[in-house]
Design a protein around this ligand. Structure first.
Ligand code: SAM
Ligand code: SF4
Length: 368
């Protein structure tokens, strides 16, 4: 292992953030036995098994959420982005190596012109679950039905405020809360199950709305998942003081509706869940990436829109899978690349370390 790590010096980008080529030197560090036949799993050096791929299908978005994208953000040229068939090639190999669950995200995945065709192709692979994260502003009921028919299992809709004026301020868009909630309702009606709502909670921004977000879970009968603010904003304005901790979120809701913890439904799920003590429909989940990291149960790799594989949301090293694919790599080489990357997955994020460096890439370009 130490020998292979010394090969990791071919840096193409700025200090602290590295793009690594999946060149013959890297691929030769992977023993052929590790990729022979089906059933060889992607296991990292800490014993974590990779079961999930989060795929950013586009870096583009029709919103400019203040905690995510600055208005002047520059998007990649189309030729720089992975094509659908390149995405399917990677997932085909990954699915033979134990990856079971795919989440399509962005940017805003609904701006991807061939999303349903992509889902249809992914559905043909050996996968248990295909999910989508969206801002809920663009899809009609017919679009959602089309995605469901193509093979999408479930959907998460992001909504950080239920107040129209604040929602417009946060997203810098003309979409309304009512429009997003309509998407949630339609998603339920077409049978995407479960439908979840994600809200990033930021101190002094929307933390006064926690009780209202809990009301939403109850009235719509959905899971509302409250996410701690992470240092992944393109404007680099994140500060620890702006993080509302999972404990504070739960306390704020408990004042209005008593919550009963029901733990983490499955070890790999990032949210810890709560039900309402009065038996009401809906659930609350908290994703405490900052204050209660769940890195030791992480089962994910992420693929950026331009085809870089990131072993962690907070990786400062990205692996250039696109160049490998475009150099004519066969399935064996893709499998070797996935093993090599998995072997270099970091133990966890280091947000609390003094020398912590925020990745250059915002959440919208990683695929949250
Ligand atoms: N555009 C889609 C959406 O908004 O749902 C998918 C992509 S978005 C990057 C995925 C999720 O990341 C959203 O729920 C968003 O709120 C969350 N997110 C973005 N920046 C974040 C940050 N700095 N900290 C925590 N969550 C963040
Ligand atoms: Fe777009 Fe989602 Fe980022 Fe908002 S959070 S700017 S909707 S990618």
């Amino acid at each position: 292992m130490s020998k292979s790590l010394t090969v990791l010096n071919n840096t193409k980008e700025s200090v602290g953030h590295h793009v690594r080529m999946l060149d013959p030197a890297i691929l030769s560090t992977v023993d052929d036995d590790l990729i022979r036949g089906n059933g060889n799993e992607l296991v990292d050096t800490y014993g974590r098994v990779i079961r999930d791929l989060r795929i950013c299908v586009t870096d583009r978005c029709n919103f400019r959420c203040r905690y995510c994208m600055d208005p002047d953000i520059r998007f990649k040229r189309k030729v720089e982005l992975l094509t659908d068939s390149e995405i399917v090639r990677i997932v085909r190999v990954a699915s033979k190596m134990g990856v079971k669950r795919i989440r399509l995200t962005g940017g805003e995945p609904m701006v991807h012109p061939t999303l349903s065709a992509l889902i249809r192709d992914l559905r043909k692979l050996d996968l248990e679950d295909i999910a989508l994260t969206t801002n809920g502003s663009l899809s009609t009921k017919a679009d959602l039905q089309e995605l469901k028919d193509a093979g999408l299992d479930r959907i998460t809709v992001s909504l950080d405020s239920v107040r129209e004026d604040r929602f417009a301020y946060i997203t810098r868009s003309s979409t309304t809360v009512a429009r997003v909630l309509q998407t949630v309702q339609w998603a339920k009606e077409v049978g995407l199950n479960p439908v979840k709502i994600n809200a990033v909670v930021i101190r002094g921004f929307n933390d006064d709305e926690l009780p209202e977000l809990a009301d939403l879970a109850r009235t719509m009968g959905v899971d509302v998942r409250l996410i701690e603010y992470m240092p992944l904003d393109s404007g680099r304005r994140w500060e620890m003081d702006k993080v509302v901790t999972a404990d504070d979120m739960i306390n704020a809701i408990n004042d209005r509706h008593e919550l009963i913890p029901i733990g983490r439904p499955r070890p790999h799920t990032p949210a810890t869940s709560y039900r309402f003590a009065d038996g009401s429909e809906g659930k609350i989940g908290v994703i405490a990436t900052v204050t209660r990291p769940f890195c030791n149960a992480c089962s994910r790799l992420r693929i950026t829109a331009e085809g870089r594989v990131m072993p962690c949301l907070f990786s400062t090293t990205e692996w250039d899978m696109r160049s490998l694919l475009r150099s004519g790599a066969d399935e064996r080489m893709i499998a070797k690349a996935l093993v090599a990357i998995t072997h270099r997955k970091q133990a966890g994020h280091k947000i609390h370390d003094e020398d912590y460096q925020q990745p250059n890439r915002p959440m919208s370009a990683i695929g949250g």
